[in-house]
Design a protein around this ligand. Structure first.
Ligand code: HAM
Length: 419
């Protein structure tokens, strides 16, 4: 038997209502903040991500699905959307059409990580990117939107963590200080952290190794070395969050795994999904557009993992999904009228009702069982003496009430299904 590739998942019909629910809330909330949807290709030139996300990041150095296509171009299945959205902004000169572009997306992403609960190789994100303004109100908006979406799904065990990474100048200065502080401890670090010590020293704060965490506990923090303008921006973000009533904590060790961040970074963490606890992450990236060849344009965005959010909803039992149902089930009493059943179904389907009939020649009893199993609100009985008289019986499955309708004028009675 051929199975789906490890770390990928089928979304089966029994689960699709959760996805529709989330996608609809995303579109509603993003719409209310006036974000417009953008869809980009599933694959891009590899150098877009290498340059955009950063060569030293885990994503680029070990997780990308990269291959050479038949015309010898190195292409990569998108591991995230920010670089792709920025590429699209530059390519279509969106910034010339309006000063501020507010864009959102819902899309599959691909990263070759070790699969576990909440971590997949194909997963889905919804997210947003706003390009063209430094306003701290936008930073706050990028936290409020996912927070509102996540809490409107009934999730309670969530925390918002924010931090500021400032600008590259103060960060470089701080990195030297951090390096100096950590050098005497170098030999005690895990192998992974020893590597990061040279390539991406800030990520040492992310290490899960106990020894590493102990060393990092008293390490100097970037937030103590921020320049005044960065601090002022961060104050603006905090104030807007306070005004909006969003509970948040400042986590000076929140560094995030992508290289493009400047100023605000944030995560929404769930306490109910185990080790893969980040439901959402994001931050400001004021230099990325320039780095990818566009004109200097500040940006900020977030992305949230839909599978993780669904997992959290299941663990907190927070979703209140209405049971599946049919408006009408058409019963072919003598099992010889499937053509009439199909024709009748079409009348109601074209009025927007969800209608089913039997395609498999089952007995009347089995058809009635099916009508009950699929929660049909009404059953329409085709056959017997009534049909000979040009009539049919419409049965309300809840009350048992029956009405006789003329077959030739069913069109006029479609309103009867509206209960
Ligand atoms: P990220 O933190 O790499 O950020 O991913 C955002 C979210 O995607 C995570 O918090 C998590 O919920 C979900 N996620 C990531 N990897 C996986 C995986 N292997 N399996 C399941 N879910 C996963 C970004 O992608 C940035 N582009 C966010 C951003 C937008 N920053 C600025 N704009």
């Amino acid at each position: 038997m051929i199975k789906a590739i490890a770390g990928t998942k089928d979304i089966l019909p029994e689960d699709i209502s959760k996805w529709y629910l989330i996608e609809n809330i995303v579109k509603k909330v993003m719409g209310s903040f006036n974000y417009k949807e953008i869809r980009t290709p599933v694959f891009e030139e590899t150098r877009l991500f290498a340059r955009g996300i950063g060569e030293a990041t885990d994503i680029v150095s070990k997780e990308m699905y990269t291959f050479t296509d038949r015309s010898d171009t190195s292409v990569t299945l998108k591991p995230e959307m920010t670089a792709a959205v920025v590429r699209a902004l530059i390519e279509h000169s969106l910034d010339r059409k309006q000063v501020l572009n507010k864009l959102f997306y819902i899309s599959p992403m691909f990263r070759q990580e070790r699969p576990q609960a909440g971590r997949y190789r194909q997963f889905h994100q919804f997210g947003a990117e706003a390009l063209g303004s430094q306003s701290p109100q936008l930073d706050a908006e990028m936290i409020i939107m996912p927070y509102d979406i996540i809490t409107s799904l009934g999730l309670k065990d969530v925390k918002v963590k924010i931090n500021s990474l400032g600008v590259p100048e103060s960060r470089e200065n701080y990195k030297k200080i951090l390096k100096e502080y950590l050098t005497p401890h170098f030999d005690k670090f895990s192998e992974e952290s020893k590597k990061r010590f040279e390539t991406n020293i800030l990520r040492l704060f992310d290490s899960k190794a106990e020894n590493d965490q102990q060393i990092m506990e008293d390490a100097p923090l970037l937030i103590e070395y921020l320049d005044d303008a960065s601090l002022e921006h961060f104050e603006g973000v905090k104030q807007t969050l306070l005004d909006s009533g969003i509970p948040f904590e400042i986590d000076p060790k929140l560094v995030r795994g992508l290289d493009y961040y400047t100023h605000t970074t944030f995560e929404v963490i769930s306490g109910s999904v185990g080790s893969q606890s980040a439901l959402c992450g994001g931050g400001r990236y004021n230099l990325l557009v320039e780095q990818l060849g566009g004109k200097p344009t500040p940006g900020i965005g977030f992305a949230a993992g839909i599978e993780r959010i669904i997992l959290a909803c299941e663990n907190e039992n927070s979703l209140n999904l209405p049971p599946e149902s049919l408006d009408l089930y058409i019963v072919d009493i003598n099992r010889d009228n499937s053509a009439l059943a199909a024709k009748t179904a079409l009348i109601f389907r074209r009025k927007g009702f969800t209608v089913e009939f039997d395609y498999t020649g089952r007995s009347v009893k089995a058809q009635m069982r099916e009508a009950n199993r699929s929660n049909a609100k009404f059953a329409l009985m085709l056959g017997g003496d009534e049909l000979e008289r040009g009539e049919t019986v419409l049965k309300n499955m809840e009350t048992g009430d029956q009405q006789i309708l003329k077959i030739d004028s069913l069109e006029e009675f479609t309103n009867l299904l509206k209960v």
